[in-house]
Design a protein around this ligand. Structure first.
Ligand code: MG
Length: 399
């Protein structure tokens, strides 16, 4: 079969705010190849990603993603990597291209899995899957008391692992930060896994990060995430060499597999966090997972939106049973929850399992696609180059 159509559903909440919550809108991708359909989701801003698919060619290595995808043969998983290489070459200088391609790539895996009646993790070469321990991601409170209350709430909700990040952390004194770390530990209890996300607050300032180490250590923090810019490899390595107990987590900013491998080799992270909606999809994420496992670095998914994205994010390490911890969107916006008709629900032990169903095992809700859809038209020099929603068969506007 050939790739007949790639459709982008730009969905959004009625109101978009400045909070760092990526579940406020979504770019859902539907790929049609012959009689088969697959679904994926891009990370990052929908309209710029649509633009990267349709924009007129600027020069030979600045082509729209569509030029490398539409009409391509799709018969085997090897075709996905082959098309990925075409996108890499043809859209080399188009920085948004990895975001756009990621959602398409995920949809291609979903499509092939459904066509063969196999879950994606099996197509990736795993013979079985292990349970994952989800951690809830929340924000630090304005003061330590609020942090305590928030962590207590997710603990009461059954999470034994929690990640607290952003908010005021890193902006005050090391002592004030330590109070937040200890408040989080108190809310979680002595046993739970406590993770801290610094949200790149110290840029490249290793001394500022090192000043927080006593507080992080005494609160029993397992990892400190993104203390520096995503690619500040020197700062990462310097901090890692001075920290015996607390390890660094990073990698969500990687938009290809080599960036993630560099973080492992030269940034000396202990946990590599990969977002399939950004790194180029499931294939490159699996490459990073295998690389991490070989180097005894723990692979962790990064995902903050729907359960379609969550399922995609789990596939690359579904069969790596020693890599247990996983990010779980604990409080997404209604759009992200409504987007799928089924969800990866925690079992009685608070763990989740990767679906044992064809493709990604997640159904997209057509009702949600209608309810949250944003009408988009893009024209250039008077020619309409993108218009959605349309029915791909009749080219008529959907109602
Ligand atoms: Mg983060």
């Amino acid at each position: 079969v050939k790739i007949d159509a790639v459709d982008f559903f730009y969905l959004a909440m009625p109101q978009i705010t400045t909070e760092a919550d990526g579940s406020q809108d979504a770019l859902v991708v539907r790929v049609i190849a012959g009689a088969h359909v697959g679904w994926g989701e891009c990370e990052a801003s929908p309209l710029t990603s649509i633009a990267a698919f349709v924009c007129p060619m600027s020069h030979g290595v600045c082509r729209p993603v569509a030029a490398s995808v539409l009409g391509q043969k799709l018969e085997d998983v090897a075709d996905i990597a082959r098309i990925a290489a075409l996108v890499e070459r043809g859209s080399m200088d188009l920085l948004q291209a990895p975001h756009t391609w990621s959602g398409i790539e995920i949809a291609l895996w979903d499509l092939l899995g459904k066509a063969r009646g196999e879950p994606v993790w099996r197509l990736l070469g795993f013979s079985s899957t292990g349970k994952k321990t989800p951690y809830a991601s929340i924000l630090f409170g304005h003061d330590p008391h609020e942090t305590l209350t928030r962590v207590r709430q997710v603990r009461a909700d059954g999470f034994t692992a929690v990640k607290v990040g952003w908010g005021p952390i890193g902006l005050g004194s090391p002592g004030e930060d330590a109070d937040h770390f200890h408040a989080a530990r108190e809310g979680l209890g002595p046993e739970g896994q406590l993770l801290v996300d610094m949200g790149q607050v110290w840029q490249e300032d290793v001394a500022a990060a090192t000043a927080r180490l006593p507080g992080l250590e005494s609160a029993g923090v397992l990892w400190v995430e993104e203390p520096f810019y995503a690619n500040a490899l020197g700062a990462y390595a310097e901090f890692a060499s001075g920290s015996a107990k607390v390890r660094i987590a990073g990698g969500e900013g990687a938009h290809n597999a080599l960036m993630a491998q560099n973080l492992i080799d030269f940034g000396r992270v202990g946990f590599i966090q990969i977002d399939c909606g950004r790194i180029g999809g499931i294939g490159p994420a699996k490459r990073v997972a295998d690389y991490a496992a070989a180097k005894s670095i723990t692979y962790v998914n990064h995902t903050f939106t729907s359960h379609l994205a969550l399922s995609a994010s789990l596939q690359p390490y579904a069969g790596l049973i020693d890599h247990r911890i996983c990010e779980y969107p604990a409080a997404p916006k209604a759009l992200a929850r409504d987007l799928t008709t089924n969800h990866l629900v925690r079992n009685r032990d608070g763990e989740i399992e990767v679906p044992n169903a064809p493709g990604l095992g997640i159904e997209v809700s057509s009702e949600a696609l209608r309810r949250y859809l944003v009408d988009v038209e893009i024209s250039v020099a008077g020619n309409l180059i993108f218009k959605f929603p349309v029915d791909w068969k009749t080219n008529q506007k959907m109602t």
